[in-house]
Design a protein around this ligand. Sequence first.
Ligand code: COI
Length: 329
Amino acid sequence: MKIAAYDVREDEKIYFEEIIKQLDLEIVYIDEILSMDTIELAKNCDGVSILGHSQIDSTILNKLKDLNIKYISTRTVGYNHIDLEYANKIGIKVSNSNYPPSGVAEYTVMLMLMSSRNYKQAMFRGNVNDYSLAGLRGKEIKDLTVGVIGSGKIGCAVIDILQGFGCKIIVYDKFIKEEIKLKAEYVDLETLYKDSDVITLHTPLLKETYHMINKETINKMKDGVILINCARGELMDIEAVIEGIEEKKIGALGLDVIENEEGIYHKDRRTDILINRQMAYIRQFPNVTMTQHIAFYTDTAVKSMVTCSVKSLVDFINTGKSELEITNN
Ligand code: COI
């Protein structure tokens, strides 16, 4: 059994090696993403493991089929980078990975605290011996209403952590979880936009959720609202968010993801000319804290991402099935 692992970082290799010891398989490590330029490197492999930087469109899927590769596993929870419908149509099976939601949830709450306490400014000032207080007065989470969009695993983990802060928590999801009702109040989206002091996004990127934070929805929010996004950049129309900051409608922003981050985040681009004006512009606001899509990045999560991916490929290859298989139904 042979697997091609694309886009492999050094810190993932230890976990790939651990699995190789447990299971009888060979892994071909490929530093680059899976693309038409690198796809031949997977020749004679039974499955491919990728990260979210590989865009798996119909051309790639057709080529995988030509190479007789029937299984793809992404070492991520999100799978919006894979044309699942086409994969299903041509009989290529796809799985994702899972990892405990606590890492992203903790990070989300950290961004909430950083945003509500003006931490970025305080830190910048300290670096130049400016110890003034002006403009740094914050808000206490306990006094706020936090609106959580999405009560999937991560949204629920955020709600759990927030229990300790004593804030009011409201939540929106199409699917209601009885156990969450004990900790938060389910409301419709309109109410969530209207009543929240802090809004945090924990919903997958789908056709229906693309740009759900836009000019119209921002207008429905409270003045000074704090927005947090540790999910997917494309949930927010970045141009509308910029306008919201300029107009002081948005009070603070904590972004671990941003629209059009692909090709920039997770790379050292210090000496490159970066062509992403929105990213450069939004970063400079004093009330915008941005990080490079690292909310997931913990030792626990990385181990789990690699392990899930390899195990699901092995299951697919041995049985044609995997518990982690995803379909577009
Ligand atoms: C995911 O697992 O979906 C993530 O967002 C993490 C990815 C950037 C490696």
